[in-house]
Design a protein around this ligand. Structure first.
Ligand code: ZN
Ligand code: ZN
Length: 275
């Protein structure tokens, strides 16, 4: 099994440290065939997200330039949108989503909520849950509902780092993701992924994507820890969106494999809109 893509990398447009170009150079150096730039939406507090939603248009322009300079890798433009309400609202408008090759969504603890009610349900409540165990059960329901509703409403390629810092019901989320064709991420940066999470999600029928969540160019394409965990838990190539079968890929048709994967990412977005 070989991983040929990294769909979760950040740049200076949100709180990464590199440019689009630097992420692409690092991806090439690490042997990737596809790299996605997926900066945070604008709702992250303390300047962690993009300043304006229109920054994604500028990112797309940078991606265009980087693509011309590096024709041996495919560069895609995505986003890691914030889920900002229990109804599943995200912090990107349809006009921006339209311009992206793919959409990731994730729950983060420090975001501007959609409404005051969501500030209480997703913000304050999760902090209280860290102190009061019984309250965390309530949070688990709220957090899971927020992610499920986002997956139901938007064409989401993958949910980023499910369960990181915020308690969720993996089985409930994975069941909906399986039906919608949304992958669950095996995140290589946060170190919170357990074999149990993978086993539960796999049993519910979900697929996975292994991403770096790189905030520095040197982390782009560093997918070893996720791949190791996937192999240990018995995942197969077909379970993982960015994986290819090594022998078929290397010996037969790398270009075909790359184009097939890009087509799958784009087709998934169109298909989810129609569901
Ligand atoms: Zn994130
Ligand atoms: Zn991220």
């Amino acid at each position: 099994m070989k991983l040929i893509a990294d769909y979760h990398t950040h740049t200076r447009y949100s709180h990464g440290t590199g440019t689009v170009e630097e992420n692409v150079v690092a991806a090439v150096a690490n042997g990737l065939h596809i790299v996605g730039i997926s900066d945070h939406g604008p709702a992250n507090l303390f300047g962690l997200g993009v300043r304006r939603v229109t920054d994604f248009i500028q990112i797309k322009a940078d991606v265009f330039v980087a693509q011309r300079r590096h024709p041996n890798i495919r560069v895609l433009v995505g986003a890691e949108a914030n889920v900002i309400s229990t109804a599943g609202d995200i912090d990107l408008p349809p006009e921006i989503i339209e311009h992206l090759d793919y959409l990731l969504v994730g729950l983060h603890p420090l975001v501007k909520p959609a409404r005051l009610r969501d500030a209480l349900c997703l913000g304050v409540s999760n902090w209280v849950g860290k102190l009061v165990k019984r309250w965390d059960l309530h949070n688990r329901q709220q957090n899971t509902a927020a992610l499920i509703n986002a997956v139901e409403r938007y064409p989401v390629l993958a949910v980023t780092h499910p369960g990181y810092r915020l308690n969720i019901d993996t089985q409930a989320l994975a069941t909906v993701c399986a039906r919608r064709g949304t992958a669950l991420e095996i995140n290589c940066s946060h170190g919170h992924i357990t074999p149990e999470y993978i086993t539960i999600a796999k049993r519910a029928g979900a697929r996975f994507v292994i991403n770096s969540d790189a905030h520095h160019p040197k982390r782009v394409g560093r997918l070893e820890s996720g791949l190791l965990l996937a192999l240990e838990t018995g995942l197969q190539t077909e379970d993982i969106l960015n994986a290819v079968d090594t022998e078929t890929f290397v010996d037969q048709a790398p270009r075909e494999g790359i184009l097939r994967q890009i087509a799958e990412v784009r087709r998934q977005k169109r298909r989810q809109r129609l569901l």
